[in-house]
Design a protein around this ligand. Sequence first.
Ligand code: KIV
Ligand code: ZN
Length: 515
Amino acid sequence: MTDTIRIFDTTLRDGEQSPGCSMNLEEKLRVAAQLEALGVDIIEAGFAIASEGDFEAVSAVAKQCETAVVASLARAALGDIDRAWAAVRHAKQPRIHTFIATSPLHMRVKLNLTPEATLEAIRTSVSHARNLCADIEWSAEDATRTDPDFLCRAVEIAIAAGASTINLPDTVGYATPETYGAMFRDVIKRVPNADKAVFSTHCHNDLGLAVANTLAAIMGGARQVESTINGIGERAGNAAVEEIAMAIKVRGDIIPFRTNVVSTEITRASRLVSGITGMAVQANKAIVGANAFAHESGIHQDGMIKDAGTYEIMTPDSVGQGATNLVLGKHSGRAAFRQKLDELGYKLSDNEFGDAFKRFKDLADAKKAIWDEDIVALVDDEVLRGHDAIQVVEVEIYCGSNGPQRAILTLNIDGEEHTAAVRGNGPVDALFNAIRKLVPHDGAVLQLYQVHAVTAGTDAQAEVSVMLAEDGRTVRGTGADVDTMVASARAYVNALNKLMVKRGRNALEGLEARA
Ligand code: KIV
Ligand code: ZN
């Protein structure tokens, strides 16, 4: 057994399954590039059969990746597996990740299969995948609620059929560290061909135990961990990559392993994913939260001045928190701006670059210091939303204690400008009513409206997230501007654009195809 724990990142697949976190192709490519910079070993790029968009994204990530293994998820169905292979086959190191549920409840209710039929499905699906691809991962969905004897039989069959990685997921976040670690010990001890496979963990966070369970599984013999940036994922999310990597690094004394994670890239990865998905990171989140290295009380501050080791078990620099630089200002030219975009991983067309540069100059007039976060918010907002069919043209708001609050809003809808003047209970309500008047969408419900400042200072850009839900579809839009109301209009309109794209998507993308 090696002392290196392989990091399998599923931000682009399980992470993208978080409500409203879907990413477009360009966004997925940027996340994949950052995941490689972070040093993850395997990138699960998506679920190729789920939709045409997912297939294209997995293929594009497969073609782009230089160092990471690229995997696509597939159910235990030959068509799924063929589609996964078609998407990853151009990768330098392709992997097919196929799964089937093994718990009594899932087999009976979801799959309508007997245990014997499930074992047969494992045999045929894994051997079919192995005939296509040399690197096969097999997962026993809901492993932690599976009968241990049956789990051992299933694992043995999957390895015999050609799986070289065996994943035992805690699909519903039900395990505790003791039980999860013991499950790995037990399966590895009892399955006769266990030495022919690497065992993998995949933990959901329903009880807040995902990272603890992952570490327990490592102590129980797992040598691959599945996780996501910022812990995004189904329901309460997955185990967070940054927490696992830093736990292994900081507590090498009792977790005697290493990973290939370049820890100084952690903060950049976290910000990229939260910026793209609109899923803000809570301030007290371990490793990457805004307060993770903040010291408020006098006693703590005093200790920190004397020796940072008194209250810090790792330095902010070690996770890339010191990497945020004062980057550009009013006098910065096109070359400096282009170089900064390169550093941040953007590849823009000439037109996109021109639009972004103009927006940067406007921002530099409004705000003294421009930071990395400002550039990321600006480019994501201006350029990546540039193809939206509905665009915000102008926002005028009347607000204050005397009311009534009113919004005059102009939108460009499919190339034509339309204006509405509407009242509301406060400026945000007036603004959103104006959008509803210009683009009626009665079926959609506003589920979240969230504002956060991109940097410190009263001249900071506001980054707004809006979540809309309609018929079981959830979308999240983001917008940024020094004017919070403009950012709010952009965020709502961005969500609306995504909703329209989703309405048109392949029905297979729905629940049935999702793990
Ligand atoms: O949570 C889970 O069981 C999964 C599998 C498909 C790996 O995401
Ligand atoms: Zn999962």
